[in-house]
Design a protein around this ligand. Sequence first.
Ligand code: UD1
Length: 344
Amino acid sequence: MSKKKDTVLVSGGAGYIGTHTTVALIEAGYDVVMIDNFSNSEPSAVEGVEKILGRKMTFEECDTCDIKALRGVFERHEFSTVIHFAAYKAVGESMAEPLKYYQNNLVSYMNILQLMKEFGRPNILFSSSATVYGDADVLPVTEQTPRKPATSPYGNTKQIAEDILRDCCAAYEGMYGIALRYFNPVGAHPSALIGELPRGVPNNLLPFVTQTAAGLRECLSVFGNDYDTPDGTCLRDYIDVVDLAKAHVAAVDRMTEGKMEQKYEIFNVGTGRPGSVLELLTRFEKANDLKLPYKIVGRRPGDVPAVWADTAVANKVLGWKAERDLDDTLRAAWAWEKHLRNIK
Ligand code: UD1
């Protein structure tokens, strides 16, 4: 373990990416204050982090939409940097309940920015998404690729939040921001003590795959095999969550070591390699030596045919690169599902 560095406030700390990032930050020598309101996570996730690290964590139950409660967190803890994960993320639900998404994702975010300004806390790292690129004209996408108009309120909250950060960093002398645009985070910690905890029927591919393998779902539906791609299914950039967590550490290093070249910077966080839905299924079956029942069904509205990252900027500027082997990622995802369901 390296020498003590700054303290980082992690909002949504009990979530899928929040837990993995907390582990990576502590392992890199940072201190972390985790906050979460458990709206889409469980206290057991914090216990998982504690088991991995062999120590108690500083955790406060707090709804970031509640500025009074959040102010208390700012008053009680010193930190230079905030990583803001706390947000809703289900695309379909955001179409049905846009206000819920705008309210939660933007109010919580503005509360954080407001208090950072008030308390003079300089650095914020925002969880953005490849969804901001939409159906891009040129692939892979670079950070300069023009954003397409959002096709869901969820996607719109990511675009708006990026713009708010750009404006705040331009206006407020003491504020520095990084937006990380995640591609498709998958997998779990190799310890199988933390991972994704979807509530109800999963929307995302890999949790549906692992739940099908565990027998919780009868059959996986592959949404469309008539896309203009090599095997007809969509192409995505599946990035291991442990690699993704390390990208956060690299970004926090850059901010806390005063290395930012601009006050607001954006990085793609992916592997740079496209993979199809069918490839992912086949690799999952092989890596875990099992068979998955699946059927081809119609396209899912809103899906883009293909998106993957040009990672040159993140590789060079952050000095970060995705390293995990996809087979290991798929084994870790299955190990986590088995841990959850008590499957031997
Ligand atoms: C989605 C969101 C993205 C969000 C991300 C994380 C869209 C258009 N994008 O990414 O904004 O940041 O989730 O929440 O919704 N698939 C199946 N069967 C399934 C599930 C998925 O075939 O049961 C396919 C999809 O059609 C897609 C691929 O698997 O081609 C990946 O889907 P998913 O895991 O939902 O991620 P995205 O849609 O890429």
